[in-house]
Each structure stands twice: as C-alpha cells, then as structure tokens.
Design a protein around this ligand. Structure first.
Ligand SMILES: Nc1nc2c(ncn2[C@@H]2O[C@H](COP(=O)(O)OP(=O)(O)O)[C@@H](O)[C@H]2O)c(=O)[nH]1
Ligand SMILES: [Mg+2]
Length: 358
C-alpha cells in the first residue's frame, strides 16, 4: 500500500514521517521547502504472521508493508501551482494522510496563514477540487476537438459522460469520492487519479502539552464522515528514537498503547477497507493486502497475474482453525479445509493456496 503524507508546508509531515520510519530527515523550521519526496517502507506488524512462521518454519517470512511518501507542502497559497510531475506522483498514492498543523507557532501562522486545522483542510480540499476541475475541463476540451474532427468512439462517449458528471460534482464544491459513477465510467476516468477521489486520513498534529485541544474539531470531522485522529508529531518523533523499553514507558505516561506505526496501519487499513490474507508453506509465509469484498481471483492476482489468469480453484482454511488444530491434516479430517471457486469472497485471516493452469 502506498500512502502519501500531504499538507501545507511546515504542518509536521516530515516529523511524522521520521517517527513512522525512524529516520532523521531535516525538519528545520527555516529550511527551504524540500523539492523531493522522502520515501520509507514500514512493516505491518501482524502477530498472525509471526505465529504462522513459528508453525511452518519457512525459509522466508514476509510481512505486508506500507510505503509512506512524505511530500513537500502543496497548495500553500491560493492558486499555488505545484510542479505537475510531483502532483501526478502524489496522485498515484492509494490514499492521502493529510497532516494539519494543530500546534501553535506564530511565525508559521504569519507565513502560512491558513488558520486552524479545519480551515487548513477546507483550503486543501478546495485546491484539490480545483485541480481536478482543471484536469477534467482540459480533457473535455480535447474530446470536443476530437468530435469536430470526427473522432467519436463508444469509449470516448463514455469518458465524456463521466467527465461531465465529474465537472458538475466539482462545480457544486463536492469531492469526487462522494460521486458514484457507473463502473464503466469509473474505469474510463480512473487514469486521471483525481485528487478529490482519494480516501483521506486526517491527522491533526497537536502539541503534546495539549493533546485534547482539537477534540471538538475531531468530533466535527468524524461526524462529517472523515476518518480523523490527533497525533503529537514531535513527541512521536522523539519516541521513535528511543529503545523499545524506554519508549513504552513514555507511551504509558501518555496513555498510549500502540506505536504511531501501528496506529497508522490500523487507521489506513480501516480507511481503505483492506484485509489481510496469507500464503503459507515451507519456502515462505507471507501476508497480502486485499480490498474488502474482493474475490478469490483478485486475491490470486495480488500474488501473480498468472495465478489470476489461469485460476482453477482456491484451497482455503482459516488462520484461527490452523492455530486451534495445529496442522493442515487435522483441518482436512475435520472438514475445515475448503475448496473455493472464482466468486468466493476472501475474508480477513484466510490462508489461501491457488491451483492454476496457464
Ligand atoms: N511543537 C510542535 N512542533 C512541531 C510538531 N511537528 C512539527 N513541528 C515543528 O514544525 C516545523 C516543521 O515541521 P516539518 O515536519 O518539517 O513540517 P513539513 O514541512 O510538513 O514536513 C519544525 O520546526 C518542527 O519541529 C509538533 O507536533 N509540535
Ligand atoms: Mg517536509
């Protein structure tokens, strides 16, 4: 999974990124805004993989990962046009973690007068929608030009229709994630990777002295359907530099039970509706990420496109069952080892082996 940390300049994105990836990129307040993204990969802690690995003793154990991309601030001022290459890179993320500045800093207030976290979010969303509208309108002009030259295919008509719906939505100041397109239309415009269609994880970066300062704002956001949380970025960055025991002591003081890595993992899985399925064997025990509601063929495709193409059936059992009974042989005797077809909807914790033929 690829998650982009985005927000206005100096909201604490790199601070949070450092905490997540235990790195030490500069967060100097007076440094020029970075021009390139920091990229880091974080393992998804999953006790189930650890225990499966103990059972199967494979040569390799592979956890799922989240790739965090920490981008320079965008949309700092109205109509600010960030570098197009960077914007398209940002848009290739599956979701955005939007870092909003909730800690006080007079200097930053005067430089980036975007107001409180709610105002910052409003500003960012408006800029994202504006950017999407420009992209959609540009494409519509091109299509129009094509029509005049006699270029009109069913695919283009479908895209045209989708883009008109998209423009109407954006002109009403509504994000594209709330627009339900027909699946064919959705497919026709998927390549644009519109900003406002992405799921948002809202992180209010609070001062650790006053972590409850934005509780009201958080409630407001969650009532409006956002997934919003508060974090204390600087505190988390400090924590990430300590060894586990020390960190746990400080976390207990703050009433925290999980590291920021684990919290962000849960929040982003929830946000996107991801589940985990596993493959096991003597060579490898591995966790895979899948969109909730996806079928066995989609799961096969995560492993390798050949497995989806030549899919015959999925041999399947549950993590809880193998842990309760200790071996696949017992599961077979008890009828807990299932054969599933293409349409089977994969569940969290399924252990799957794909039979295929290409
Ligand atoms: N007090 C406080 N300062 C923070 C916090 N997070 C970031 N900062 C400071 O804000 C400035 C900008 O942080 P940085 O992570 O570089 O922001 P970015 O531009 O969004 O990547 C730095 O001086 C940080 O030390 C926080 O949670 N509390
Ligand atoms: Mg930064």
């Amino acid at each position: 999974m690829k998650l982009a940390l985005i927000g206005l300049p100096k909201s604490g994105k790199t601070t949070v990124f450092n905490a997540l990836t235990r790195s030490e990129h500069s967060t100097d307040k007076y440094a020029q805004t970075a021009t390139e993204a920091n990229i880091g990969v974080v393992q998804v802690a999953d006790e189930r993989i650890t225990r499966l690995s103990e059972l199967y003793k494979p040569k390799k154990t592979i956890y799922a990962t989240i790739e965090y991309h920490d981008y320079p601030g965008i949309f700092a001022r109205e109509g600010d046009t960030a570098d197009n290459a960077m914007l398209s890179e940002i848009k290739s993320a599956e979701a955005f973690a939007v870092v909003l500045r909730g800690f006080a800093d007079e200097e930053l207030d005067s430089l980036y007068s975007c107001g409180d976290p709610l105002a910052q979010l409003k500003h960012l969303e408006e800029e994202m929608m504006l950017n999407d509208l420009i992209v959609a309108e540009k494409r519509l002009e091109k299509i129009e030009l094509g029509y005049k030259r006699g270029i009109r295919t069913p695919a283009i008509s479908c895209e045209d229709k989708a883009l008109h719906e998209i423009c109407a939505q954006l002109q009403n100041n509504l994000p594209l994630r709330d627009l339900q397109l027909h699946p064919d239309e959705e497919k026709a415009v998927r390549g644009f990777q519109f900003f406002s269609a992405k799921p948002l994880l809202i992180l209010i970066n609070c001062s650790e002295d006053n972590p409850k300062e934005w509780d009201e704002a958080l409630k407001n956001l969650n009532d409006r359907g956002y997934k919003a949380y508060s974090i204390a970025g600087k505190f988390e960055e400090e924590l990430s530099k300590l060894d586990t025991e020390e960190a746990e002591m400080f976390m207990a003081d703050m009433g925290m039970t999980e590291s920021i890595r684990d919290r962000l993992t849960h929040w982003s899985y929830q946000l996107i509706g991801y589940l985990s399925f596993f493959t096991v064997g003597a060579d490898e025990v591995r966790a895979w990420t899948l969109e909730g509601g996806a079928n066995a063929v989609a799961a096969a495709g995560k492993i390798h496109s050949d497995l989806a193409r030549g899919f015959i059936r999925a041999e399947c059992f549950k993590y809880d069952d193998i842990m309760a009974h200790g071996s696949e042989k017992v599961l077979k005797e008890k009828g807990l080892f299932r054969l599933e077809g293409k349409e089977y909807i994969v569940k969290d914790g399924d252990i799957i082996s794909i039979r295929f033929n290409v």
